[in-house]
Design a protein around this ligand. Structure first.
Ligand SMILES: Nc1nc2c(ncn2[C@@H]2O[C@H](COP(=O)(O)OP(=O)(O)OP(=O)(O)O)[C@@H](O)[C@H]2O)c(=O)[nH]1
Ligand SMILES: [Mg+2]
Length: 297
């Protein structure tokens, strides 16, 4: 009798790249489900986010990570550390780049971190929907010349182009082994974490340049009553002026953040949600190691 697990392949794949290149969009596209928040602003992802991709004869455990860049302050350094630490956990590396706007400075930083790694590295050249054919060709040649990638695949995470080809490239380099997670597992992130992330995404998307980096979200209460989830969440900011912006004129901004968040949380949980948001000023939390730990970073 043959055991179907004999031919099974499985492994961890770290998704790495400069900020804002589309790493989280790609993870969501691969899983067909949104588990990692995205925005047009850099430094959206702050933690390692695990997502499980199931195939009939393979399982890939993806780790979405914060963008690697020349971090200056404590908070950003911690984010880059989290990203780089995923290299050790991974069987293969997925290097994502935005070829419509190459960030060669950040690319170089990441390349140095990968220089001594003996694991397969696959490059996904993203945002081809925003690039001309000639430019894609030039970039493809530039990446080929680096000579460190097992495969280089042009893709559009947003439009779903090149994704099958990318998956086949993973499959080729994936080690043999049994699955790590059961067939119905999408992520191991706690529900509370994903709910807090959804709220943080709305703040990222609805406010101007200064605010996103000054906020963190914590869940203070999460109760199930009949078919309803009662959730109290706190948005932490660093200054009174930021609190004013989050609340907005006559409370309008906080109301919109709440409404948009509730809709997504309901979609995620599959039932109605009562969401109550508070705003709290905690001076300089992003510069304080203890405060960062308390907020989950
Ligand atoms: N046109 C286009 N836009 C894309 C594509 N993939 C991602 N984006 C956009 O690029 C922006 C950044 O996407 P994210 O997925 O948040 O990028 P990220 O690499 O996870 O960013 P950080 O977590 O901040 O490092 C968002 O506005 C996405 O909609 C793509 O294939 N084409
Ligand atoms: Mg991200």
């Amino acid at each position: 009798m043959t055991n179907s697990l004999d031919n099974f392949k499985s492994g961890f794949a770290a998704i790495l790249g400069a900020p804002n290149v589309g790493k989280s969009t790609l993870l969501n596209r691969l899983l067909g489900e949104k588990i990692s928040i995205t925005s047009r602003k850099p430094q959206t992802t702050r933690n390692k986010i695990l997502g499980v991709f199931h195939m009939p004869d393979a399982q890939i455990v993806f780790l979405d990570t914060p963008g690697v860049h020349a971090a200056k302050d404590l908070f950003n350094k911690k984010m880059v550390e989290a990203a780089v630490s995923s290299i050790a956990d991974a069987d293969l590396i997925l290097f994502v780049a935005d070829i419509s706007k190459p960030d060669t400075v950040s690319e170089k930083i990441l390349m140095e971190k990968l220089s001594s790694i003996k694991k397969p590295i696959i490059a996904a050249l993203n945002k081809i929907d925003k690039s001309k054919a000639g430019h894609i060709e030039t970039e493809l040649n530039r990446w080929k010349k680096m000579g460190v990638f097992q495969d280089i695949i042009p893709i559009s995470a947003k439009q779903g182009l090149g994704i099958d080809k990318l998956v086949r490239a993973f499959f080729k380099v994936l080690p043999s082994g049994p699955p790590f997670f059961s067939e119905d597992t999408l992520t191991d992130m706690p529900m509370r974490f994903i709910v807090a992330e959804i709220i943080r995404e709305k703040v990222f998307r609805l406010t101007g340049e200064e605010i996103p980096y000054a906020i963190a979200v914590t869940i203070e209460k999460f109760e199930e009553k009949d078919n309803l989830s009662i959730i109290h969440a706190k948005i932490h900011v660093e200054k009174d002026s930021q609190k004013g912006i989050i609340i907005g004129k006559k409370g309008q901004m906080l109301k919109t953040i709440g409404q948009d968040s509730r809709k997504d949380i309901e979609k995620f949980l599959g039932h109605p949600v009562f969401l109550h948001l508070f705003v709290r000023v905690q001076k300089n939390w992003s510069k304080d190691t203890r405060a960062l730990r308390k907020l989950g970073y």
